[in-house]
Structures are given as structure tokens and as C-alpha cells.
Design a protein around this ligand. Structure first.
Ligand code: ADP
Ligand code: MG
Ligand code: ZN
Length: 497
């Protein structure tokens, strides 16, 4: 992708996650991303009225601790809040409550897929802060402000400058998004502004130790724009360096329509914010017991699940595996199907050595046919097709009781009506024809109508055999197993003199 031989690319990320909490960070106003009416979830506290006092939202603190633990961070026993002062029309208090020198989480890491195998990305810190409101720019030169978002809990994560390509960045943010969702700490939808990514990027001469001057890019609201912005910055900065010019340390914005980054302002230094300890909040002490209790609440995370699915179900296809990992409910549905498959195997006396083959078959039907029937909407399908019925369906296909064409008909009926596969097969007359006499009768009928093909075959034209098989399949609507049809046809042809 980045075919740059002269320079090393160095990237660090600052990521904001909207924390999933019932109420805002320091007051009891509702935290509702989907609220359409402006300025309904506000109160004197989040509006910064004099004399009001903030109160720490414990649910938010639990969220950030869980995220920190999942990203291998140290959780501080002592943390405090600080005021970050700046003026902006969407910031009613004139400052944001954030954390400066004592963040809740420090020194973590996350393993990602790098250019050459697994790569460790160090996490510098994860701290707790609050969001600002939102400016809405109307057409007629009027700007309006909606404070519903002001004071909502935000988690900020800062990585070390450990990334060397856009692909590594994308792998990291996608994994972080998954972890946030598994933990139920954030929905992390980029298009809803629940996950906001800032890219810090610099270049340095290949092999050079000292880092170059970085530019920071904001306004990235999709994975695509993160990638585009990185590629654009690499190009822009290397052109400047090639000409012997200096990179200016600045904040740039990504222009979606033009797919370029534009200078917004020179970089502010932290002293410009006049950070000072938040006088209205006491320091927050986090007890060991609280941390270990939260540790116990952490579910199986995506990476553990990948390993388990590979080992337990023999899933080798990475694409299929990721469908189950990315869609947690669907992965759980698959696990229920797998359990039922084992039951069916026992009851049909199918040897255990066939388990991975059966699982593979069910995975294919789950990830292509079933998702197709749902028009791409991937969820828990239990209320459409019970896991037991899906398992039985897999067994029927595996045993060859129905062929792949009939399987599609059966699965559609199961999906539309919640029906049991054996009932569908029975009621629609889709059952394979097993009866020898019945098969003979069908073949005789076909042979009677195809004298010339029979003659040709007798004269040694082998293609006629295939033609006759086709006719038999058509007549039986595919309900005779192909090998049975072949065997019976050979026999019948032998009998014709
Ligand atoms: P600042 O104080 O300028 O905001 P920080 O040290 O807080 O800088 O780092 C902010 C982000 O920029 C972090 O994600 C960090 O990894 C990244 N970063 C720092 N220096 C560089 C650099 N030279 N090139 C690329 N990214 C960098
Ligand atoms: Mg910064
Ligand atoms: Zn409020």
C-alpha cells in the first residue's frame, strides 16, 4: 500500500469512545445518542450554572476500568479530575472536566495483526472526560447549538506512536471497536460519532532513530476516511521533505468530499489549556476489590474466541471465522447449532470423526445461504430457525437425504415458516426416492422415451449415458441420489439387448 522507500511512517492514535451509560458523566441527565429534539437532556449541572456541583457517574468509571483491564493496563488506585479550560460555543462551562496527570488506566497494550505477523501496540493511557455539545450549522448563515451531548461520558485512549501503516491502524481500531462492543462499554459506531479517531503522523528517514515532526488529523468519521487521510498525509509530508521543507506541527481536518487534509490551526500545547485540579470533585480512589470484581465481569474477548473457535470447531476459513466474531449473537447461534449437531450425530450414529466435516457444512449454510435469506442482516436466528432444526437440516444434507438444490428449498421454508426440515421434506414430497422398484420404474419410463439415445449408447457413445442420467434426474426432480441413479441405469442398459 504505502510504497515509500525513503521514509518510515510513524503513527500514534488518540481515540474517543462514547461510554455506554444511562446518564451523563456528572449529572443525572439522560445520555441518549438518538434523541432528535435539541436541548431536552440538560440541567443546571451540565449547563454550568453557578453553584451547581458535579457528581461522578460510577457506571462510567466501571466501563473505563473494564476497558483498561481488557487492554492490559494498570488501573490506578488513585486518580483525579482536572479542568481543561478553553472557549467554544458548544462548551457551556468554559472548561471540560478531564484527567491530566492521574488517568484511570496507564501502560497497556493490544496485539494486532501487523505487516509481519502479530504486533504489539502500546497504550499510553486511557482517561475519563466529558463530551461537549454540538453545533448545527443551518443554511441561512445561522448556527445553533444542541447541548444534549454536553457532559456525556467520554473515554479517551492514547496509543504510543507504534503504527507503521494504515493497515495496522485499521486493524487496531476495528479490534478496539469489537472489544468495546463485547464489553458493552461503547457501541463505538463511527458514523454516529461514538468512536472518534485522531491520527498523529510523522515521517522519518529510513533507519533514523529520532521521530519527525507530526501533524494531527481530525474529523475522521469512517474507517475509509482514516485510511485515506493516512495515505494523503504520507504523500503530502514526503513531498515536503523531498523538497527539503519542514513539516509544521499542526492540527489538520479531513475534507470528506475532496479526500484531502487541510490545515486548521497550529497545534495547541497542553499549558495553553491551563489545566488545574477540578476543585468541585475529590480525588477518586479505586479499591482493589472493585477492580477484581470488574475483572470477573469481563466476558470472553474476540481474540480468545477466535482461538477457541479454531480449536473447538476446526474453523480454518478466516472470513467465516470473522463473521462469527464480528457478529457476537450470530456466533452464539452457531455455537448452539454445533451443540445440537453433536446430539444429532449421536442419534443418527454418525462417527465422531465426522464432526468437523459437519461443522464445516453447517458453517457454509449459515454464512452464505442463511445470511442470504436474511438479506445480509446478521443476527441471532433462533426465532427464525431453532438451532435444533438447523442442526437436523445439516445432518440431512450431510447424509445425502436431500441434495443441494432441494436443501435450498427446505431452508427457505424453514426460514419463512419456522418449520422442521423433515416436515418440509415430507409435506412437499421432497424426500429422496430410495425404493428400488420406484427407481426402476422411472428409469424404464425415461428409456422408453429415448430410443435413439439408448441405441447410441449401445453403439459406444458414452455421452448418451450422461444424457440419460440428466433425463432421470429431471423426471425424478433430483430426488434420486446420483450414484444410485448411475448404478440402476447401467443395470437397465445391460438388460436391453
Ligand atoms: P502532544 O502533547 O503533542 O499532543 P503526545 O505526546 O500527547 O503529543 O502524543 C499525542 C499522540 O501523538 C499520541 O498518540 C502519540 O503516540 C502520537 N505521537 C507523538 N509523537 C509522534 C510523532 N513524532 N509521530 C507520530 N505520532 C506521534
Ligand atoms: Mg494531543
Ligand atoms: Zn445535566
Amino acid at each position: 500500500m504505502e510504497k515509500n522507500n525513503k521514509y518510515d511512517v510513524v503513527i500514534g492514535l488518540e481515540i474517543h469512545l462514547k461510554s455506554k451509560t444511562k446518564s451523563k458523566m456528572f449529572c443525572s441527565c439522560l445520555n441518549n445518542t438518538d434523541e432528535k429534539n435539541p436541548n431536552v437532556n440538560i440541567c443546571p449541572v451540565c449547563m454550568g450554572h453557578p453553584g451547581t456541583l458535579p457528581l461522578i457517574n460510577e457506571e462510567a468509571i466501571n466501563n473505563i476500568i473494564k476497558l483498561g483491564l481488557s487492554l492490559n493496563c494498570d488501573i490506578s488506585s488513585y486518580t483525579k479530575f482536572d479542568r481543561k479550560n478553553y472557549f467554544y460555543p458548544d462548551l457551556p462551562k468554559g472548561y471540560q472536566i478531564s484527567q491530566f496527570d492521574f488517568p484511570v488506566c496507564k501502560d497497556g497494550y493490544l496485539d494486532i495483526r501487523g505487516e509481519k505477523g502479530v504486533k504489539l501496540i502500546r497504550i499510553n493511557r486511557i482517561h475519563q472526560e466529558e463530551d461537549a455539545g454540538r453545533l448545527v450549522h443551518a443554511d441561512n448563515d445561522v448556527s445553533m447549538v444542541d447541548f444534549n451531548r454536553a457532559g456525556v461520558s467520554l473515554i479517551e485512549l492514547v496509543t504510543e506512536p507504534d503504527f507503521n501503516s494504515a493497515a495496522e491502524v485499521i486493524n487496531f481500531v476495528k479490534e478496539l471497536q469489537l472489544i468495546s462492543r463485547y464489553l458493552n462499554v461503547s457501541d463505538a459506531n463511527m458514523e454516529k460519532g461514538e468512536m472518534r479517531i485522531e491520527v498523529n503522523l510523522s515521517l522519518k528517514k529510513k533507519g533514523e532513530k529520532k521521530l519527525g515532526t507530526k501533524a494531527e488529523v481530525k474529523n475522521l468519521n469512517s474507517f475509509k476516511s482514516v485510511e485515506r487521510a493516512i495515505l494523503f498525509e504520507i504523500e503530502r509530508q514526503s513531498n515536503l521533505l523531498d523538497k527539503g521543507e519542514k513539516i509544521i506541527q499542526e492540527t489538520r481536518g479531513f475534507h470528506d468530499a475532496k479526500q484531502i487534509t487541510l490545515s486548521q490551526r497550529s497545534k495547541e500545547e497542553s499549558h495553553e489549556y491551563r489545566y488545574f485540579p477540578e476543585p468541585d470533585l475529590p480525588p477518586l480512589e479505586i479499591a482493589k476489590e472493585r477492580i477484581s470484581k470488574l475483572k470477573g465481569e469481563i466476558p470472553e474477548l474476540p481474540q480468545e474466541k477466535r482461538h477457541r473457535f479454531e480449536a473447538e470447531f476446526g474453523i480454518k476459513d478466516k472470513k467465516i471465522l470473522e463473521i462469527f466474531i464480528e457478529n457476537k449473537k450470530f456466533g452464539e447461534y452457531f455455537e448452539k447449532v454445533a451443540t445440537e449437531i453433536l446430539d444429532w450425530m449421536n442419534c443418527e450414529k454418525i462417527g465422531e470423526s465426522k464432526y468437523f466435516d459437519l461443522i464445516k457444512l453447517s458453517c457454509n449454510y449459515l454464512t452464505s445461504d442463511l445470511i442470504g435469506l436474511a438479506k445480509g442482516e446478521i443476527t441471532d436466528f433462533s426465532n427464525k430457525i431453532s438451532p435444533e432444526n438447523f442442526a437436523e437440516f445439516t445432518i440431512l444434507v450431510f447424509k445425502g437425504d436431500i441434495n443441494s438444490k432441494i436443501a435450498k428449498i427446505v431452508l427457505k421454508d424453514m426460514y419463512d415458516w419456522g418449520s422442521d426440515p423433515s416436515h418440509v421434506i415430507e409435506s412437499k414430497g421432497l424426500k429422496q426416492i430410495d425404493d428400488e422398484e420406484e427407481i426402476k420404474r422411472i428409469i424404464k419410463e425415461v428409456l422408453d422415451c429415448n430410443d435413439s439415445a439408448v441405441m447410441d449408447y449401445k453403439k459406444g457413445k458414452l455421452a448418451s449415458f450422461q444424457f440419460l442420467i440428466g433425463q432421470i434426474m429431471a423426471k425424478s426432480k433430483g430426488k434420486i441420489k446420483p450414484d444410485k441413479a448411475r448404478e440402476a441405469l447401467s443395470e437397465e442398459l445391460e438388460n436391453i439387448k
